[in-house]
Design a protein around this ligand. Sequence first.
Ligand code: HEM
Length: 283
Amino acid sequence: MSTQRIVFWLRLATLVALCLPAVDLAWRWYTGDLDPRPVTLATHITGDWAVAFLLISLALTPARAIFDWTPLIHVRRRVGVAAALYATAHLLIYVLDQKWNLIVVATEIAKRFYLTIGFVALLALVALAITSTNGWQKRLKRNWKRLHWLVYPSVALALVHFFIQSKVKIGEAAFAAGLFAWLMLWRLLPARLRSGFAGLFLLAAGATVITAIFEASWYGLVNKIDPIRVLAANLDPELVPRPAQKVLAVSLLVIVLVALQRGLAAAKRLWTQRYIRRTIPTS
Ligand code: HEM
């Protein structure tokens, strides 16, 4: 298949995948599957998908480098825009929850720290989505890159918002923060280490340790729980899976996939060489 065709199908599949959570949510809402608190559940679901799509959009650059598959870069923009749209829907559902009383919404956003940072993150994400077009890229020239660097602090703010609203159950937020740590560490790695196995093992270890430290520090600082006990929970088989273990599992899965891809490519090369040697007579 030509690259153009691959990009076409990849874009189409991505568009369908990005719409599926919204369609599923609308259907569940319509059929009463979200009862008795559809608005609360919808707020949580849209928030979760906004974070998931943000992380996926940040993962596409490393994925292209690690799996050496350029078409992935052609869907990065639409995944980022989808994240901003889900975050906007998240805010609108919150506004619906407040009976469309914009004064109450504005007061709550100003009063509650977790809503204030969520709002700042949302403003930045919407600005990035609007300026993500080729036209804006040309208009802003070098400043476009500088502006789009804002995605990193925006994701960090969205994650702090996620942590604070999770109260005592920060498992999912800590897992998301661990994946974000992996993505940030990858960007900090020297270029020669970014797609090799040594770099990937370093990333797995680094992101796992950072997740465990995040979790223990959060419980220690916010809930006054002994951080050593939280760290020790990572070794207790009855408390599986901990956020750090999930980050380790995802990191190891990446390594297994890379090994498989490179193994298959090497086997194909070997097979082709043998086939050529057997079929083309040497003089
Ligand atoms: C003005 C902006 C925002 C408002 C008013 C807002 C509001 C809320 C509210 C009310 C909750 C539920 C809190 C609870 O049940 O105690 C929540 C949770 C959440 N929000 Fe936001 N949010 C905003 C921006 C964002 C942004 C920009 C993101 C991500 C990109 C985000 C991601 C999340 C996530 C992941 C959760 C937790 C979902 C879960 O627990 O499953 N929010 N937000």
